[in-house]
Write a protein that binds this ligand. Structure first.
Ligand code: SAH
Length: 367
């Protein structure tokens, strides 16, 4: 695996990224500047509640402090490049430009239980899953905590609606960007900030075992989703290179450990690929594997990408697979497809944009 480039080098200035600091860190920064620690909460609220994008807006700070802040820090925002709006269900796909010239995508979905955003955690990905579009050009760089927050903040600003749920299921492997992602979860769930409940946040991983254990030890209240996608190691290896490093037994042990530590039920994602992992034999194996694990299985008919020749399982195969699991007392849902008319699976939109192709979406770009 290649070395990741230093994220900071993408930013032209040496100014510090103030939105990535938690309140405690901001207090330390204030003390170092010779300011009173209570200034930290004022600034923090301006950034994370009022969503100020300049220091001038922070009117309860003295002019001299505002000037001092702007010499040392900057308020980084994401540039909204395009929005695609689904005519079917109102799903909105956003393309944001990040420093360094690249693009990331985020998706806004409306559900009966509230608004949900699917955020990207990296620009590109180095995990190499065979069916996934995000990984086709490898990893470009990790996103910072403020770049993760900004995906939510920009979408709330654009829609004028509150986001109540977050899934870390966009481009990238969240546990391959561990520190920034954990920082983001702490900031977005903070009572003094956007205050989105950790119980409404789901982190999806391809199964990097040591990082799953590290995450469990933090005792966060988020849901852990594991991309399992197969019930035997050989099949999993053909779909996901990470399976060569960790066996299914090892990743499921890490899931059990996560449950022990957090008491949060695990989600298992299973993308059904016709003739590869959707057989009844594989369903049986899955039932045996999951015995005794407090989990919920999310079946996703694979979204075929142009660059690979995987086929989606037919509806009959999906339903048979589902009912086999249900007969064994396993909790299963089939993921509802959102925004079908504005370009499917993870990373597809970004790839199109990066190739500089003309928009081919049927959805209406409104920017
Ligand atoms: N790196 C994380 C997040 C990835 S995206 C992970 O691996 O979990 C979230 C889910 O979508 C993962 O389960 C991923 O395997 C799945 N996915 C990616 N591309 C897909 C496609 N073309 N069709 C169906 N599911 C896909």
């Amino acid at each position: 695996m290649g070395k990741i480039k230093n994220t900071e080098s993408y930013h032209k200035t040496e100014l510090k990224d103030i939105k990535s600091y938690c309140e405690e860190e901001l207090k330390e920064q204030m003390t170092q500047m010779g300011e009173k620690p209570f200034r930290a909460l004022q600034i923090y609220r301006w950034l994370h509640v009022e969503r100020a994008d300049t220091f001038e807006q922070m009117t309860n700070l003295s002019k001299s402090l505002r000037e001092k802040l702007s010499k040392e820090y900057e308020i980084r925002t994401l540039k909204k490049e395009k929005v695609f709006v689904s005519q079917i269900d109102g799903t909105r796909k956003y393309l944001f430009r990040i420093p360094g010239g690249s693009m990331i995508e985020s998706v806004f979905m409306r559900y009966h239980h509230g608004n949900s955003v699917c955020v990207s955690t990296q620009s590109g990905c180095r995990m190499g899953c065979r069916f996934c579009a995000s990984t086709l050009n490898g990893l470009e760089r990790n996103l910072t905590a403020s770049e993760l927050l900004e995906q939510i903040y920009q979408i709330e600003k654009d829609t004028g609606e509150r986001v109540s749920n977050i899934v870390l299921m966009g481009s990238g492997e969240p546990l391959d960007n561990f520190d920034h992602v954990v920082k983001f979860i702490q900031l977005i769930s903070d009572v003094h900030g956007a205050h989105i409940s950790q119980r409404n946040i789901t982190l999806s991983t391809c199964g990097i075992v040591p990082e799953m254990v590290k995450l469990a030890d933090l005792h966060l209240q988020i849901t852990l989703a594991l991309s399992l996608h197969a019930a035997d190691d050989d099949t999993r290896k053909t779909l996901m290179p990470i399976a060569r490093k960790y066996s299914i037994a090892q990743v499921l042990d890490a899931c059990r450990y996560y449950f022990e530590k957090t008491k949060r039920r695990i989600t298992l994602e299973y993308s059904l690929v016709a003739g590869v992992n959707d057989t009844m034999q594989e369903a049986e194996r899955l039932c045996r594997l999951l015995k005794g694990l407090n989990c919920h299985v999310n079946l996703i008919p694979v979204n075929p990408i142009q660059e690979r020749d995987f086929r989606q399982s037919g509806q009959k195969a999906v339903l048979q697979f589902k009912s086999r699991l249900e007969k064994n007392g396993i909790n299963v849902t089939i993921r509802r497809e959102m925004g079908r008319d504005i370009n499917g699976a993870c990373g597809q939109l970004r790839n199109e944009a990066m190739k500089g192709r003309k928009e081919q979406s049927d959805g209406k770009p409104d920017h």
